[in-house]
Design a protein around this ligand. Structure first.
Ligand SMILES: [Zn+2]
Length: 286
């Protein structure tokens, strides 16, 4: 599943390719991909002639600011196009002449024969159009309840201490909880805990001050490194040009079960925590 670095990589790609992209036509191949509004005609009409002005990211959500020319020719705000890739969703930037593949869900065209295609094998990905005047955080529950971004000033020791000290769940489960920290999934939770030398099975509230300070830095380091590598090569992740990143070359524990720890040569182990495969070194992580 794409996590913060992968979504950030997609965001950068969209920003680069979609300069001055004006939606002139949309083809919805799988209606259930459109999560909001319920009325698909409203989606089509509302987005028609919209200029995609700017891309941002919040947690694993991609957010496009839209603009549209009004009747008296002023460029007004036209709400937001919001996308969650979930398990296997990804975008492709193509020429319109490419016929859609089997897993194509939605196609956005401009008037210059370009296509932004949303492809999703597992079909859990979602797209919303939140029109001007509506609050995206109220309509998209997951967006409204997100915890702080790992690179924001709200992601600090005092905040983490407060959240961790009231939780008896494992530290791994807490890191995966988007309401506590936005954007971390299985890969970067495992890698951050390795960097910080903390066992994923520890109760969150038992993490000491020194460890928490180290974990905070490890999370930022691991995410930053992966963004720099264009995300991972794991699963179905692709950037909008169809390429995957190379962070997995640098992974210390994730998907390295039975291989030697790069620090101590102990074998990397794997066990499930709240249904998610967890990889760790029992010698380096206490
Ligand atoms: Zn080790």
């Amino acid at each position: 599943m794409p996590e913060l670095p992968e979504v950030e990589t997609v965001r950068k790609g969209l920003e680069k390719k979609l300069k001055n992209f004006i939606i002139s036509e949309i083809e919805i191949i799988r209606p259930s991909t459109i999560a909001f509004p319920d009325n698909k005609d409203e989606f089509l009409k509302g987005l028609n002639n919209s200029l995609i002005d700017k891309w941002s990211r919040r947690g694993k959500y991609l957010i496009a600011n839209l603009k549209k020319y009004s009747d008296n020719n002023t460029l007004d705000s036209n709400g937001y196009l919001i996308i969650h890739l979930r398990m296997t969703g990804h975008f492709n930037w193509l020429k319109r002449t490419n016929s859609p593949c089997k897993h194509t869900r939605v196609r956005f065209f401009d008037s210059k024969e370009n296509e932004l295609r949303f492809i999703d094998v597992r079909s859990f990905g979602q797209i919303w159009w939140i029109k001007e005047g509506l609050d995206p955080k109220k309509i998209i529950k997951g967006l409204g309840s997100l915890g702080p971004e790992p690179f924001s000033k709200d992601f600090n020791y005092v905040y983490l201490k407060k959240e961790f000290s009231k939780r008896t769940k494992s530290i791994k489960a807490v890191l995966l909880d988007q309401r506590i920290i936005a954007g971390i999934g299985n890969i970067y939770a495992d890698e951050s805990l390795f960097e910080a030398g903390i066992s994923p099975f520890r109760e969150a509230k038992t993490i000491k001050k020194r460890e928490l300070i180290k974990l905070r830095i490890s999370i930022m380091d691991v995410l930053e490194k992966s963004i720099g590598s264009g995300g991972t090569t794991f699963s179905d992740f692709r950037n909008i040009e169809g390429l995957n990143g190379n962070y997995s070359m640098q992974a210390n524990v994730y998907k390295r079960t039975g291989e030697k720890c790069k620090r101590c040569s102990n074998l990397i182990q794997r066990k499930k925590i709240t249904g998610r495969s967890t990889h760790w070194c029992s010698n380096c992580q206490k």
